[in-house]
Design a protein around this ligand. Sequence first.
Ligand SMILES: *Cc1c(COP(=O)(O)O)cnc(C)c1O
Length: 411
Amino acid sequence: MAKHGFTTNILHCDRRGSVEHGAVHKPIHTSSQYAYADSRELAAVFQGKSGYTYARQGTPTTDALEKKITLMEGGISSLTFSTGMAALSALFTTLLRAGDHLVSSQYIFGNTNSLFGTLQLLGIEITLVDPTDAAAVAAAIKPNTRMVFTETIANPGTQVADLEGIGEICLANNLVLVVDNTLTSPWLFQPRKVGATFVMNSLSKHIGGHAHALGGSLTDTGLFDWSTYPNILDVYKKGPTAGWGMTQIKKKGLRDMGGTLAADAAHRISVGAETLSLRLDKICSNAMALASFLSTHPKVAKVSYPGLASHPQHARADKLFQGRFSMLLGVELAAGVDPFEFLNKLEVVILATHVGDTRTLALPAAHTIYYEMGPDLRAQMGIADGLIRVSVGIEEEQDLLADFNQALAAC
Ligand SMILES: *Cc1c(COP(=O)(O)O)cnc(C)c1O
């Protein structure tokens, strides 16, 4: 399989796994239980033999999607969850304990920030640092630090983490590195290349791609040796040490918290993934055109997009993501142009939360998704009051530019 390209692998993955009636898509297995003719076989599956028991721990449909994601990320195994947040919750609560320390990027998705608040209440220490500067990550490391977390391109500020530098620091200090790859997806970037231990993707975004299914995934890159990690329960210290962390997430995080991906959603995400490369290439070229157009418009004060030469991490993004800068734009309008009025004038662009859809979406970030966190935290995360977050879709480029142009003209 690996000898083929990214999209060829995705398209032919199900068929090459275990073909059922020649189906090219893995069927949607809705059974919540799996029966065995031989009671010894049932016992063997409970004791670790591969197979299915109860659908909370996975089905043939989620397994097929997990294989596909493992191929896309170049890892050794993957696990799927009902949402991206379920994946992150399962990971952190399974592998961290009270008294442990996590170093995280300060530029993170708002709900991840909220989850970190919960972890702090459970006794886990968290230090937020600027991930664009690997030295800031190094300076935050303490004797009880277990893990480092960062996104690739931050939502919504578009800061680009020093992923290579952070990877080197984690390697030198034997720390687990978790990379949220949602904004880039494995088509633009594989975190395994910078030494990440786990790759998280919100499948609700680019990979599913059509805003019709929620899901999340974790991929184990196999690069971390868990034999000296303190929080692995004895019962999960089986098989190669590279897989222990993921085993514990599956056995504790997925099973205990039950954030299982439904088979129907797994199927939709799996079909969506077939066109990831096509969609994302179009999204990247549309976003670049829109960013260039807006950055010279007199009614626009500032455009944050890693593809613009003016972006502080443009060179780094260019190198890491090979000249493709994904879908997210941060737009601040000129003084006197009301962002709400502007948004209301858009005709093609949809006013909605969510990112990574085929359709272009926009919203006033500080007043919606970042409202609850208050002005101080927003300032720390670099979210200006008038910031408009745009997630670019696959519409014809001229339609998008014309829509933004007419809305600006009408303000
Ligand atoms: C959306 C998102 C998540 C959470 O994913 P859900 O599937 O919505 O739970 C996590 N990280 C980033 C960067 C996201 O954009």
